[in-house]
Design a protein around this ligand. Structure first.
Ligand SMILES: Cc1ncc(COP(=O)(O)O)c(C=O)c1O
Length: 401
């Protein structure tokens, strides 16, 4: 049922190889927030491409992009790279160099910070990681200050940094993020906010502005260039400078990568940020998400499916949960729901909207959910296997295929 390959995309729609059209959610793993092939971004990349894409000497567009980034995000310095994993890892390397410590306190309720070993060693998919990395990660729970306090108490003088997303599925308790920063500093460590998802989605100036907490370092990517490969490490000058050329301290080999300054990707990032700054993109993401949420709540109530299906997260970043007949979280029912949505022309691994989701797309989605829930509720009564046309999806963090 699920389209194996996508041939092209425009706005919030994609087409598979057979020409089937789908409304798509969570596009590009949440990177394509303005919609596929968004013209101002594509044009900017095309215009830059003809000037050459990579030079030995620094390109002026790197400075322009850095100035644009720092006009939106409150930080002293920025360094660009190609993906999120490398900038979260670079942030950790800087924090280690700054503090002279090795360990990393990471929020255990948040699923992903990097494909690099320091993080993968903390998951069940740890085959091939360097064994020393298994000693590095110390987990704490979100909105639970005592759990962070314990992490510091159990590892005295060893934790270089706290890394976390500002929020994920739930909002931070009043004063929580400020207290995390204070606790990190009191224990001689740094706060790194991972804004890969929240950046350019929750607030124009980052979730750090929304929640009023300025981290020591922060990592951005995904929506920054509307699907082009650009990520950014930003932060305090005294920490960032360790990765630069103009200091007397020991050098950190930070983010020196061949393709880091690919000029058309930076042009795409500038065009994306310009559009965000001149148009209320964030407002539209929230507004369309809210329209979708209220429609979904209505059809879920109509189907009497509240015990089995629902939505969570901010309007601009909505996920759905699926439960079985016993009220237990179920990947099999998730598969069935997605299968039925595909049957009705919607690819929905989440309900994360883009700027390109218009009212008509949202309303069609709500109709598709209403139809899919009819099958879902029949499967609750009669058993899910008779309705599934293929194998169930599996959790990402599993030891074996
Ligand atoms: C919160 C968070 N941090 C970091 C990453 C890693 O980013 P990338 O896939 O660009 O390496 C992701 C990717 O999904 C993410 O969701």
């Amino acid at each position: 049922m699920s389209p194996g390959f996508i041939a092209r995309g425009k706005g919030c729609r994609v087409w598979d190889l057979d020409g089937n059209e789908f409304i798509e959610y969570g596009s590009g793993l949440r990177a394509v927030t303005l919609g596929h092939a968004f013209e101002p971004v594509v044009k900017a990349a095309q215009n830059q491409m003809v000037l050459g894409s990579n030079y030995n000497r620094p390109a002026v567009i790197e400075v322009t992009c850095a100035e644009r980034m720092l006009s939106l995000i409150d930080a002293d310095k920025v360094k660009f790279a190609k993906d999120g994993s490398t900038v979260t890892t670079a942030a950790i390397k800087l924090a280690r160099s700054f503090t002279g410590r090795d360990k990393v306190a990471l929020c255990g309720d948040q699923p992903f910070f990097s494909y690099n070993d320091w993080f993968m060693a903390t998951t069940p998919v740890d085959a091939g990681v360097f064994s020393g990395d298994r000693e590095v990660g110390v987990k704490f729970s979100y909105n639970d200050l005592p759990s962070l306090e314990r992490a510091f108490a159990d590892n005295p003088g060893q934790i270089a940094c706290v890394i976390m997303e500002p929020s994920r599925t739930v909002e931070p308790n009043e004063g929580y993020l400020a207290a995390v920063k204070e606790m990190a500093h009191r224990n001689g460590s740094l706060l790194i906010l991972d804004e890969m998802i929240t950046g350019f989605r929750y607030h124009l100036n980052g979730a750090q502005a929304l929640y009023g907490v300025k981290p020591d370092l922060a990592a951005f990517g995904k929506a920054l260039a509307n699907g082009f490969s650009v990520s950014a490490l930003v932060g305090r000058a005294d920490v960032m400078d360790l990765g630069g050329l103009y200091h007397d301290a020991e050098r950190v080999f930070l983010l020196s990568t061949t393709h880091g300054a690919e000029s058309h990707a930076l042009a795409a990032a500038i065009a994306t940020m310009d559009f965000y700054a001149s148009t209320d993109v964030i407002g539209v993401l929230h507004q369309q998400g809210a329209r979708l949420r209220s429609g979904l709540e209505q059809v879920v109530a109509d189907a009497r499916a509240e015990k089995f299906f629902g939505c969570g997260g901010r309007d601009c970043n909505m996920f759905f949960y699926t439960k079985d007949q016993d009220g237990q979280p179920s990947q099999t029912f998730r598969t069935l729901f997605m299968q039925e949505m595909i049957r009705h022309g919607v690819l929905a691994p989440s309900f994360i909207v883009s700027y390109a989701h218009g009212d008509e797309d949202i309303d069609k989605t709500i109709e598709a959910v209403a139809k899919s829930l009819r099958v879902y509720m029949r499967a609750i009564d009669e058993g899910v296997d008779r309705y599934l046309t293929g194998p169930s999806i599996k959790p990402v963090y599993r030891k074996y295929n």
